[in-house]
Structures are given as structure tokens and as C-alpha cells.
Design a protein around this ligand. Structure first.
Ligand code: CDP
Length: 241
């Protein structure tokens, strides 16, 4: 790898715990954490704010060209406030988690032009050494050369329950059935789209978190990462790479 750092890719369906785990691992290892879903959410926020039709690929593409998206890590240890995301300088970290964004984001994320534009931004962000990047197509399209790839899974019911609880705790007045519908619909669009669908890369390690605690999953992942680091160290010592 050109920067001699470690690149970790995490992919998986909606509400599977990628963000929680991604942040925990990045914090533990002192790595940079990049949530690519937040980028798609940020674009969706701007599209909806400007009343643009979510199917109007050309207009959205122009909007993406004229949008600056920046991510800044905070100093806090609080995982819910781990980083802030800005659209043209405006902090939208809270707004992009609104169920209204969930309702629309996958329609925009399925547009090939938009994905192609965002590949550049995502790869640029990943140029730094030692990163954890999560999304839907990280191991398959954005960083196919990632050192370690994980594909997260959990039962649909558990994922819906997790996201419902999360939204209720944040104070949203939303029904379980609405959350269920949004997650099922998002997964369907994300997996069925032609360009860069949600897919498990051939060399991705499957992590099923159904019925498992956050600590259990974290320990398992850290073990895999540490094993890889030892292996890499030996390779370097033996001049293999
Ligand atoms: O947190 P959650 O799993 O609900 O979703 P997210 O990671 O914030 O992603 C929101 C949406 O962005 C997904 O449902 C996808 O439609 C889209 N997305 C994508 O298409 N490709 C990525 N690499 C990341 C997100």
C-alpha cells in the first residue's frame, strides 16, 4: 500500500451497526473514521432543501458539483458526537439523521452519475493512512484494495428494532411500522441497483451481530485486525512486502 497504513472497509445493510462498530474500532486503534452514508445523506439533505426532484439526475449532479462536503472529528469520547459533517459550511450532522432523509436517500444513491462523482471524494478522504471506511460498496468499488474487509449482517427484525429504538430515543415521533418499511425499502433499492449495489466482496469477512452484544462484536473484530497486523509485521520483517 502506498501510504503503508491500514485500510479497513465495512459494508452492510441498513441499521446493522456499521457506524457504531466503525467508530468504536477507529477510536480504539486511533484511526480515521469515514462514514460514506453520511455523505449520501448530506447530498440528500441539500436536494430536499432545494426542492429538487429526487429522480432528476442531471440537476442533482450539478448540485453535487457545486457542493462542498467536509467532515470534522470532534474531541469528545461520545460516539454519538464523534464527528460533524458540513454542507457548504453548514453543520448538518443532526438533520441528516431525520427519517425524512431515510425515506429519500436511497433513491438518490442509486443514481450512477451521483455515485461516480462521489467516488472521487471518498477515495480522496481515504488517501490518509489508517482508516476505517464504511458504507455499501467500500470493499467492492471504492477501496477494492482495502487490507481488511468486513461485511456486517444481522436479522432484519433486530436491525429494525435497533433503528426504531435509536429514533425514539432521539425524540422522533415515528411508528415501528414506518421504520420497518423504510429499512426494507432502502435495503431493496441498495441491493438491486445496477451500479455499485450493496454486495459482499468475495474477500470480505462476514460478521453476524444477531443476538450479540456490541462488546462481543468489537472484540471479535479487533482480534481479526490484530492478527492481520501481526501477519503484516512478519511479512515486512521477512522482506516479503
Ligand atoms: O446508517 P444506515 O445503515 O441506516 O445508513 P447509512 O450508512 O447512513 O446510508 C444511508 C444510505 O446511503 C443507504 O441506504 C444507501 O442508500 C446510501 N449509501 C450508499 O449507497 N453507498 C454507500 N457507500 C453508503 C451509503
Amino acid at each position: 500500500m502506498k501510504n503503508n497504513g491500514l485500510t479497513i472497509a465495512i459494508d452492510g445493510p441498513a441499521a446493522v451497526g456499521k457506524s457504531t462498530m466503525g467508530k468504536l474500532i477507529a477510536r480504539e486503534l486511533g484511526f480515521l473514521y469515514i462514514d460514506t452514508g453520511a455523505i449520501y445523506r448530506a447530498i440528500t439533505w441539500k436536494v430536499l432543501k432545494n426542492n429538487i426532484d429526487i429522480n432528476d439526475e442531471d440537476t442533482i449532479s450539478e448540485l453535487v458539483s457545486n457542493t462542498s462536503i467536509t467532515i470534522e472529528k470532534t474531541d469528545t469520547k461520545n460516539l454519538n458526537d464523534y464527528y460533524h459533517i458540513f454542507v457548504d459550511g453548514e453543520d448538518v450532522s443532526e438533520e441528516i439523521r431525520d427519517p425524512w432523509i431515510d425515506q429519500n436517500v436511497s433513491q438518490i444513491a442509486r443514481l450512477p452519475k451521483i455515485r461516480k462523482q462521489l467516488i472521487y471524494l471518498q477515495r480522496k478522504l481515504a488517501e490518509k493512512a489508517n482508516i476505517v471506511m464504511e458504507g455499501r460498496d467500500i470493499g467492492s468499488v471504492i477501496l477494492p484494495q482495502a487490507d481488511i474487509k468486513f461485511f456486517f449482517t444481522a436479522s432484519e427484525e433486530e436491525r429494525i428494532k435497533r433503528r426504531y429504538k435509536e429514533l425514539i430515543e432521539k425524540g422522533y415521533n415515528i411508528g415501528y411500522e414506518v421504520v420497518k418499511k423504510q429499512i426494507i425499502q432502502r435495503d431493496k433499492i441498495d441491493s438491486k441497483r445496477k451500479y455499485a449495489p450493496l454486495i459482499r466482496a468475495k474477500d470480505a469477512i462476514l460478521i453476524d451481530s444477531t443476538g450479540k452484544s456490541i462488546e462481543e462484536v468489537k472484540d471479535k473484530i479487533l482480534k481479526i485486525i490484530n492478527k492481520f497486523r501481526e501477519y503484516r509485521k512478519k511479512q515486512i520483517e521477512n522482506n516479503i512486502i
